[in-house]
Design a protein around this ligand. Structure first.
Ligand code: SF4
Length: 183
């Protein structure tokens, strides 16, 4: 099966998933989207309200800031893959519970196996904790190699929107991504 079809099948599985209680309150699952052989793969925390309504990742305010960051770094959204640790929206935008992350993480891992990107960009502490087992972006930041895969830990765009210092740091971070890909 080709990568596109594999991702499609996985998205269909996610859309009907009931592995944690979030299926009861979500409107649409948000599997993620992007190029099936993307070199850069972005992982956020969980879908927000706008994402829940549309079934697409990073389309709310944080998504617009992510678009800004991509543009500033010379990357195009259609060339990357974007998803999050949780694929269903937790009501009230509360942080994901550990049990929800455990239930959902296998989907993210399968997406990573299929796309097999050169670089996985972890946006915020939840993505960092889920894939690297590290606690805080303020302590584990930038390029990290684990099990033969390259990761880049940075802040979540919603933090960059709120704090000018983090915004500047994220702009610097994103510039490094394109340089890495060019190799
Ligand atoms: S968050 Fe993940 S595990 Fe929970 S219902 Fe949604 S897709 Fe399934």
């Amino acid at each position: 099966m080709d990568k596109k079809r594999e991702l499609q099948k996985l998205s269909e599985e996610i859309a009907s998933c009931r592995k944690c209680d979030l299926y009861q309150t979500r409107r649409k699952a948000v599997p993620g989207e992007g190029k099936e052989d993307a070199e850069i793969f972005f992982v956020g925390e969980s879908p927000g309200e706008e994402e829940d309504r549309l079934g697409r990742p990073f389309v709310g305010r944080a998504g617009r800031f992510l678009d800004e960051l991509l543009k500033a770094s010379g990357l195009r959204r259609e060339d990357v893959f974007i998803t999050s640790v949780l694929k269903s929206h937790p009501s009230g935008n509360r942080p994901p519970k550990r049990s929800e992350v455990e239930a959902c993480l296998p989907y993210l891992k399968r997406q990573l196996e299929i796309v097999n990107p050169k670089l996985v960009v972890l946006l915020g502490n939840v993505a960092l904790r889920s894939l690297l087992g590290a606690e805080k972006v303020s302590q584990t930041h930038g390029f990290v190699e684990k099990n033969g895969r390259m990761f880049f830990a940075t802040y979540h765009p919603s933090a960059g929107m709120r704090f000018p210092k983090i915004r500047r740091r994220m702009l610097e971070d994103f510039k490094k991504l394109k340089t890495f890909i060019r190799g």
